[in-house]
Structure formats: structure tokens, C-alpha cells
Design a protein around this ligand. Structure first.
Ligand code: MOS
Length: 722
């Protein structure tokens, strides 16, 4: 198995992240944040800051960088700073000080005096619920309300009323911060009418488009570079505030500018996962067959409505077979920081509600919760005729149940000294999507190949995947393939988001490899070439003619060329009108709750996943176990707390809890491998997001099994279990 190609440079410190780029004359920007949650900046007194040692400039809404509104073709509109003096949340970027050193910029930023005109702020989800609005269209392109009713059924209420067993409950999930290891940061260089921006993101060509829009430059004049990204998870899907500000200032000052958010600033200067409230009603017959599923969701969203968490759409719309389904999404606009995609947007918090409710239904029916899920497995999403291209969820459950020892689970848990021990399970699902991607391949006269695409590897393993899949398509040893990512001048890749990159880039590699190998055999048989007029084939790095064979490098040298290049593109195609696509999994966990202290410890975890072909077992395991760890974090640790004045009470990694090694048990990840060539020629579906899905519910279900306490919100804390 090929090791992670970026492992060695990352582990040795050779990998250059955005702020590792230094240039002569480089200066430093420090972002100024608002200290009220709602209103307007009336004035900013910057005289003292401008007179402080080393200060070159202070940018504010009144002395702005003239950034324009901009957007990403995949993620939609991107918020750009200093365009007006509105304040919509506490901690909103409202300025930047630029100085010769970081310390000078930071100290001068403390001298900026801001006067505000305050307006009433709504920061409480509970207060905002009264004004909740139906999402029209939805940022993820969803309908606000979807209803599927069996013939003769008038309403979802009727379907529920006619069900033999009904469970109804309200679940809540906390807002979460994108605390990626690499804070959002950028270095920008303006030279020769070209803006070069080094900044971690999920797709360099998308970042170049956003920057070009904000700076009113042709996209050909913007060069976005991000060979290494210290974590992204959806939080770097859009161009960041430091990148916009550094680029604007670099152009204004004619000096390279570095700008990085501090860890605390990341909490409000970027974007978060929304909080949700979800009402779920499940109706079933006596045998546990679902008759009706109702799922109404409310998602927090900032006043600018950047994003809602599509929980109803992410789970109840697709997961289980039911003749009657009604789902809705409503937004609760609040004076809170921007919201955005975070690993499994929709499915992660949505599965907490749906899979907790399924467990509650199993209890009501006195049925094994896995048996209940088996009974309701779907061949297609409800109300949709397109069957899943490949779905082996039952096998995930049977393998998982056997390996995890599910048969030992007892209805009221067991005890081990002072510990109450329970087991829980939950389904995981994530739709299998594709984004358009283009890959370029160059065959060199030294018998090596270079494969490039502008996409990013934010730790997912895409770089390694690019080499492995190209080697496969070119019939070469992987060592002879040099993969290149993270530069907007490479052929436009997709986004490392939506669990799409391997499938999208993999499909484009197949096309590009066919193109370049076709060109190679044509070249070999062309007039004056070694196999002129002959039937020529290609295998194992060699062109084979009727009169002999040459490596492709030998052939290129023989015809006096140093290289041969081609590119190939792929994207969602006709197959998507014939099937529905998704990855599936079964999450198992064992939790120990201390009888006296209420402390909950996850003691064992197993995830069994059906995600098509697994290309690199090591990297795939790392993706899935990372997702499962984040699931533990969501279930037991993470949650942003908003004060009434709109400040975040826990905007740092001392008070915003994330798990440490001692919180995470051995994690067992298994794959049920059925290559899905309906989805793409490589046969792989996405694995980036499904690992987190279902984990929080599996933990809550295990806690119920252990203690008899049903906690319907996450994070679950000690207070809930005393
Ligand atoms: Mo991600 S939430 O797939 O960008």
C-alpha cells in the first residue's frame, strides 16, 4: 500500500503552509473585530494606531480596500470584508492594521477606537424561533418543504394518526467551530499586475475566481497557491477574510502582506456549523415497518443568511423506505457569526435526530434497533424511482454486529463495578456526488509522468490518490508519477468538499490517461516515427509496434520531443438520471457511564462502511476514523455558547472542548467493498464525510442502553447523566 505522499514533508516540517511563505519586504496584517453584535460602525479613530511604531496603514469601512462582492461557482456568495459599516455579529472583521512586524500590527490594532450605533441584537436561538422563516430555495438548493404521501392519504398527520406506534421528540444540536489546525491565513504578493495568494483552501481555482471577483481583476491575473492545507472540513470551502484583506492590502501598498487569524479570531472571523432544533415523528406498524416519517428542522443562520444546516433534507429525505414523508427546513436568523459547511453538513446533526428517534421507536416496539433498521432499508429514496446504484447497508450491519458482539447487548445495559455499560448503533449515510474536474497528464522523455489538477489535499489523501489512480490508468509504477495539486494554474480541479474529490478527479484521470495514451500510439505510428504505419498498442509503460517496442520515454526521444501532454475532464453525467447514489455505513459504540460522577466514556467503536471501491486502505481508514472521532467530539464535547450580548463565551481551545487521546478508544473501521462503476469508472464513492454521520446518535443510544436516560441534545454533558 502506497504511504501518504505528503506524510514525510508534513512530519518533517518541509511542507510549506500559507504563512510559511516569506518574501523580502513582507509586512503583517492584524484583523480588527467588532465588539457589538448588531448596529453600525459610526466612526473609527485610527490616528493613534497610524502613529504607532512600524504601522503602514489602517483599513476600515471608511478607508476600505474597495473589495467587491464575489462568489464561488460551488459555494455561492462569499462575504467580503469592509464593504459597508454594518455590524451583524460580535467578532465581525471591521478592519485591518498593517505594520512591519506582527507585534506592531497587533499592538496598533489595540489602539483603534470604534464608536458604534447599536441596534437590538437577537442572539438566542429560542428567542429567534418565534421569527423562523421557511427557507426558500435553500443555500444547498433544497426545497423548503417536501411531502410524499401514499395514494388516499390526505396529510402526514393522518398517516401518523393511523400508525400503530408513534414516537415524537425534539432534538437539539449545538453550533460548532471550525478549529482546523491551520488557522485561516494568507500571504499575498502583488507583482507584474498579478496577485499571488498563498492560502489554505479546498480548491485553488475556486479561490482564484473569488479573489478575482473581489479585486476586480481578470481571473488570469490571480494565482492561488495551496500545496498544503492544515485541515479544511468545509471551513475553507470559501475564500477567507485574511486572504481578501491580505490581497487588497498587498495591492494598495505594493508590499507582500501576511495575515493570519489568531486562534480566538478563527471562532468569529470565519464561519461555523449552525445550531439546530429538530422535531421528528416516526409512525410504524406493529412489525416495525415505517408508515410515516416527519422531520421539521430549524437551523440558526446569521442575519446575512449565508448557510442553513439541511438536517431534514440530509437524513429523512433519503434514508429509510416510507410511504409517507414530510420534511421542512426553517431558518432562524440571529446576530451570530457566519455559518457554513462543516463535515457532513445536514447529515451529521440530522442523523443525531433521526437515528435517536429510530432507537426510541425500537424501544417502543421492544425490537432490536438493528432489526428495525433492516426492516426499513430502502431501495431508493422515498418518492423517487431511481434505485441506489449500489447499497449494502444490511451487510454493514451484519458484519458489524458480529464483529462488535452486538448479540451480547442486553436491553438495560450491564454494570462493571461503578460503571454502567451500554451499546448503541446507528446508520450512516452520505450522498455520492461528483463535481466537474479536469486533470492534465504529461509524459516525459525520462519515462516519468506528471499529473496535475488545481484541487486541494486538505489532509484527505488526494495527492496520494492522484498518483495511485494515474499510475493505474497509465499502467505505470506509482513512483514514476509525480502528482501536483494546489495551484490555480493547473487544470481546473473540483473542490475537496462534499466527499467528491477522489471520484471526480479519478473519473477525469481515466479520460486524461486515455487521451494521452491515444496521442502516444498515434505519435508512434506517425510518419518518420519508429513504428510508422504499424499497428501500435500500449502497456506497462511501453509502446508496442509490429517491429519491436520502446518505452514511452525512448519513443519521445526518438521523435525529438521532451514531453507529450493531454488533459481530460469529467463531471456528473447521464448516469445520474438512472440511479441514486450514496455511501452507507453502520456505526457501533460502547459507552461506559460512571454511576456516581455521570462521566461518559466511549470505550469501543466500530464503523463498517459501504463506500464502493477503497483505493488505499490506510488513507481510507484515516478518513473514516477521523470522522468517527469528530462524532465523539460532537456528541460529548463541542458546542459554541453565545452570550446574550452576542459574544461567544468559549472562543478558544481552552474552553471550547475537543477530545484528547484519552477520550478516544481504539477505533475499528471495516469496509464492505463493492466497486460502484455506475458512479464513476474508478468505482469509489466518497469517504470524507460519512465517518462522522450517526456517531452522536450511536453514543446517545448507548448511553440510553447503559443508563435509561434519553438525552435529546448534543453535546451530552455530565449534568445530563446525574
Ligand atoms: Mo466539506 S463539509 O465536504 O467541504
Amino acid at each position: 500500500m502506497t504511504a501518504r505522499l505528503d506524510g514525510e514533508p508534513k512530519a518533517t516540517g518541509r511542507a510549506k503552509y500559507a504563512t510559511d511563505n516569506n518574501f523580502p519586504g513582507l509586512v503583517h496584517g492584524y484583523v480588527v473585530l467588532s465588539t457589538i453584535a448588531s448596529g453600525e460602525v459610526e466612526a473609527m479613530e485610527v490616528t493613534a494606531a497610524k502613529g504607532a511604531p512600524g504601522v503602514l496603514a489602517v483599513y476600515t469601512p471608511f478607508d476600505s480596500l474597495n473589495l467587491s462582492a464575489t462568489s464561488s461557482p460551488i459555494a455561492g456568495e462569499t462575504w467580503t470584508p469592509l464593504r459597508d459599516n454594518d455590524v451583524e455579529y460580535h467578532g465581525q472583521p471591521i478592519g485591518m492594521v498593517v505594520a512591519e512586524t506582527f507585534e506592531q500590527a497587533r499592538d496598533a490594532a489595540a489602539l483603534v477606537e470604534v464608536s458604534y450605533r447599536r441596534t437590538p441584537a437577537c442572539t438566542s436561538f429560542e428567542d429567534g424561533l418565534a421569527d423562523a422563516e421557511v427557507v426558500a430555495g435553500g443555500i444547498m438548493g433544497n426545497d423548503a418543504e417536501i411531502s410524499v404521501l401514499a395514494p388516499g392519504v390526505e396529510s402526514i398527520e393522518d398517516a401518523l394518526a393511523a400508525s400503530a406506534v408513534v414516537v415524537e421528540a425534539t432534538y437539539r444540536t449545538a453550533a460548532q467551530n471550525h478549529a482546523a489546525m491551520e488557522p485561516h491565513s494568507a500571504v499575498a504578493v502583488w507583482a507584474d499586475e498579478t496577485m499571488t495568494v498563498y492560502s489554505g483552501n479546498q480548491g485553488s481555482n475556486l479561490q482564484a475566481l473569488e479573489l478575482a471577483g473581489a479585486l476586480d481583476l481578470p481571473v488570469s491575473s490571480v494565482h492561488a497557491v495551496n500545496p498544503y492545507v492544515g485541515g479544511a472540513f468545509g471551513g475553507k470551502g470559501r475564500c477567507s477574510v485574511p486572504a481578501f484583506l491580505a490581497a487588497g492590502a498587498a495591492r494598495a501598498l505594493g508590499r507582500p502582506v501576511k495575515c493570519a487569524l489568531t486562534r480566538e479570531q478563527v471562532f468569529t472571523g470565519t464561519a461555523n456549523r449552525p445550531a439546530t432544533v429538530q422535531q421528528v415523528s416516526l409512525g410504524a406498524d406493529e412489525n416495525g415497518t415505517l408508515v410515516a416519517v416527519r422531520h421539521d428542522s430549524w437551523s440558526s443562520t446569521p442575519i446575512s443568511q449565508t448557510f442553513i444546516e439541511p438536517t431534514s433534507h440530509g437524513t429523512s429525505r433519503e434514508w429509510y423506505a416510507t410511504p409517507n414523508m414530510a420534511i421542512s427546513q426553517r431558518m432562524v436568523p440571529l446576530n451570530i457569526p457566519l455559518t457554513t459547511f462543516m463535515r457532513a453538513p445536514g447529515e451529521a446533526p440530522g442523523s443525531f435526530a433521526l437515528e435517536s428517534a429510530m432507537d426510541e421507536l425500537a424501544v417502543a416496539l421492544k425490537m432490536d434497533p438493528i432489526e428495525l433498521r433492516r426492516r426499513n432499508s430502502s431501495n431508493a429514496p422515498p418518492g423517487n424511482d431511481l434505485q441506489w446504484s449500489s447499497k449494502h447497508l444490511d451487510e454493514c450491519y451484519s458484519v458489524g454486529a458480529r464483529e462488535f458482539g452486538w448479540a451480547d447487548r442486553v436491553p438495560n445495559g450491564r454494570t462493571d463495578g461503578d460503571w454502567l455499560v451500554g451499546m448503541g448503533a446507528a446508520t450512516a449515510m452520505f450522498p455520492a456526488l461528483l463535481f466537474p474536474a479536469t486533470v492534465g497528464i504529461t509524459l516525459n522523455e525520462d519515462d516519468t509522468a506528471v499529473v496535475s489538477t488545481s484541487g486541494a489535499d486538505p489532509g484527505t489523501g488526494l495527492l496520494t490518490m492522484l498518483a495511485a489512480l494515474s499510475a493505474e490508468s497509465l499502467d505505470l509504477a506509482p513512483e514514476r508519477v509525480t502528482p501536483r495539486l494546489g495551484d490555480s494554474r493547473y487544470p481546473a480541479g473540483g473542490m475537496s468538499g462534499g466527499s467528491t474529490a477522489t471520484a471526480s478527479v479519478g473519473a477525469a484521470i481515466v479520460v486524461a490517461a486515455n487521451e494521452v495514451l491515444d496521442a502516444l500510439v498515434t505519435l508512434a505510428a506517425s510518419p518518420g516515427a519508429p513504428f510508422e504505419g504499424e499497428e501500435v498498442t500500449y502497456a506497462d509503460g511501453r509502446v508496442q509496434g509490429e517491429t519491436g517496442s520502446l518505452t514511452f520515454g525512448e519513443l519521445l526521444r526518438a521523435v525529438g520531443r521532451d514531453a507529450l501532454s493531454a488533459s481530460g475532464s469529467a463531471g456528473p453525467g447521464e448516469e445520474r438520471t438512472k440511479h441514486s447514489f450514496g455511501s452507507w455505513g453502520a456505526q457501533f459504540c460502547e459507552v461506559r457511564v460512571h454511576r456516581l460522577t455521570g462521566e461518559a466514556r466511549v470505550s469501543r467503536m466500530l464503523g463498517v462502511f459501504d463506500a464502493g471501491r477503497i483505493i488505499n486502505d490506510t488513507l481510507a481508514r484515516s478518513q473514516l476514523s477521523g470522522g468517527m472521532i469528530w462524532g465523539v467530539s460532537a456528541a460529548l464535547h463541542e458546542g459554541l455558547e453565545v452570550e446574550p450580548d452576542g459574544r461567544l463565551a468559549n472562543a478558544d481551545l481552552a474552553s471550547y472542548l475537543v477530545p484528547v487521546n484519552a477520550d478516544i478508544p481504539e477505533i475499528d473501521v471495516r469496509f464492505i467493498e463493492y466497486p460502484d462503476t455506475f458512479h464513476n469508472p474508478v468505482g469509489a464513492r466518497g469517504i470524507g464525510e460519512i465517518g462522522i454521520v450517526g456517531v452522536a446518535a450511536a453514543i446517545a443510544n448507548a448511553i440510553y442502553n447503559a443508563t435509561g436516560i434519553r438525552v435529546r441534545h448534543i453535546p451530552i454533558t455530565i449534568e445530563d447523566l446525574l
